[in-house]
Ligand binder design. Structure first.
Ligand SMILES: Cc1cc2nc3c(=O)[nH]c(=O)nc-3n(C[C@H](O)[C@H](O)[C@H](O)COP(=O)(O)OP(=O)(O)OC[C@H]3O[C@@H](n4cnc5c(N)ncnc54)[C@H](O)[C@@H]3O)c2cc1C
Length: 451
């Protein structure tokens, strides 16, 4: 148990809920019917309360309920599940995460092996939802292309390939004619195909996974926890319309975990942004290249990530910005959309006039030292949070493992996650915001035509 226990166990903490997103995500609006909304009300007891319905929280709720079929589990989210950062992401379920802090983008050998082990556990758990519970999410295990559009991007790809060699990873080179034929874009000059990643429609997955949760889970969306008092015999968590008294609480609220009194001053909140076209027409599709759907990761991590979806939309992500108080605005989204149009025009000038049907941002929580939250934060209060940029496979693994920990189990994944560094204290906020703004602007400029 850590020192936070003494601080939080005694007092009622007023919890600042997340800011509403200023725009809807294109994934969410194309993910099928809304889930039935069940509002929380009254004074309700439960065995386990999970706070946050992203990759971490959803899988924590599923796992806890599977392992404890006699227990009552409540999953709350402040907003709609699927319209959170988890549903707003690019949908790469990544086995080997690309670390932009490192020059060759990968960890040391031990760190990398552990990362792979954890992520594969997350992918297997997501796959089991698809295969065993029929969760529809456009599951596509085709891997990802790391693509270069410039000579410095090529140098990045070569450094990445040398690191993959050292790790004994399989990959293949995709030369200019092939990558241009795949994408229908003369912008790309080379790519490296790395298998292992799965592409999904994230909002579709999350919404359908909610529907397949075990029967002992009750879900309340649009239900923020606005105050919490952690202690025995029950933790008391207040919503705007009632109270939940829980024997165990698992907090999977990304950077908002800090608002519950844990790891304060350790979150670096960033937003990144995406834009999606409408469905392209048959004649537009003929300009798009031979491959029906794919995912491209930029060789330079400040470049543009691209997906072509199975329903023939193009979808681009770029721009990182410091999110003061975890908040973004419509103006921030529109500024990023301008950059996404520039990126689109570089790649498909003939389709430039199509524009975007939807643009949106999503929160990423980073720690200065790359640390993540995992474990028991106070007696019978558990947490998994801080994605550090890639949180789909990782998020599922963290969520599953934290539920196992809360059930008293141990596993190799739990041991790896417990041994990892937790988030370090950031510099004072003003300094952090200036530093992050400076570094992101510089790296965006340096990325040049990789954007
Ligand atoms: C545009 C974009 C593209 C990305 N692409 C990828 C990708 O392709 N692959 C990848 O691996 N990662 C990607 N990421 C990162 C990934 O989306 C995140 O790492 C991941 O979603 C984090 O999951 P999470 O469950 O920790 O957090 P979240 O999805 O942020 O979920 C936390 C939830 O907690 C809820 N919450 C917070 N406070 C409260 C409260 N007081 N009461 C109740 N609920 C609360 C929030 O409403 C939220 O739904 C991307 C992110 C963005 C924004």
């Amino acid at each position: 148990m850590n020192t936070f226990n003494q601080i939080v166990a005694k007092k009622r903490i007023v919890v600042a809920p997340p800011h509403p997103e200023p725009t809807m995500s294109g994934w969410y609006t194309t993910s099928g019917p809304e889930l039935r909304l069940v509002r929380q009300g009254g004074d309700v007891p439960c065995d386990c309360l999970v706070i946050g319905g992203g990759w971490m929280g959803l899988h924590a709720a599923r796992r806890f309920a599977e392992l404890n079929p006699q227990s009552s589990v409540i999953l709350v989210d402040a907003a709609r599940i699927g319209n959170n950062a988890s549903g707003r992401c690019m949908g790469f379920v990544i086995d080997l995460a690309h670390n932009p802090r490192k020059r060759d983008f990968v960890e040391d050998i031990k760190g990398n092996k552990e990362e792979l082990f954890v992520n594969l556990d997350g992918i297997a758990y997501i796959r089991s939802a698809v295969e065993e519970h029929g969760v529809d999410c456009d599951w596509d295990p085709q891997g990802k292309y790391h693509s270069a559009a410039t000579s410095h991007g090529m140098a990045d790809l070569h450094r990445f390939s040398e690191a993959l060699d050292k790790l004994g990873q399989n990959y293949s080179w995709v030369e200019t004619p092939e990558i241009q034929a795949i994408t229908g874009s003369k912008h790309y000059i080379k790519a490296l195909h790395h298998p292992g990643t799965v592409l999904v429609q994230p909002a579709k997955y999350l919404k359908n996974a909610v529907k397949s949760l075990p029967a002992n889970v009750t879900i309340h969306e649009n239900t923020p926890i606005v105050a919490a008092q952690f202690g025995a015999p029950k933790h008391i968590c207040e919503t705007p319309t009632g109270t939940i008294r829980a024997s165990k609480v698992i907090i999977c609220a990304s950077g908002y975990l800090t608002k519950f009194g844990f790891f304060e001053s350790r979150a670096i909140p960033l937003y990144t942004f995406a834009s999606m076209t409408r469905q392209l027409t048959q004649s537009e599709v003929s300009q798009l290249g031979s491959k029906r759907a794919y995912g491209l990761i930029p060789a330079d991590s400040f470049g543009t990530t691209v997906r072509r979806t199975i329903d023939d939309r193009l979808f681009l992500r770029n721009v990182y910005s410091y999110a003061r108080n975890f908040k973004t605005t419509e103006q921030d989204v529109l500024r990023a959309r301008t950059q996404q149009q520039v990126a689109f025009d570089r790649r498909w000038p003939g389709l430039s006039s199509i524009g975007f049907e939807a643009s949106w941002g999503g929160l990423l929580t980073l720690a200065q030292n790359g640390g993540m939250v995992f474990g028991e934060l106070a007696k019978n209060v558990y947490g998994a949070a801080f994605c550090n940029g890639t949180g789909v496979a990782r998020g599922a693994a963290f969520g599953k493992a934290v539920a196992e920990l809360a059930t008293g189990q141990s596993s190799a994944v739990i041991e790896i996650l417990r041994a990892r560094a937790s988030p370090s204290r950031t510099y004072p906020r003003l300094l952090t915001s200036i530093g992050v703004r400076f570094v992101t602007a510089l790296r965006f400029k340096r990325a040049g035509a990789e954007v």
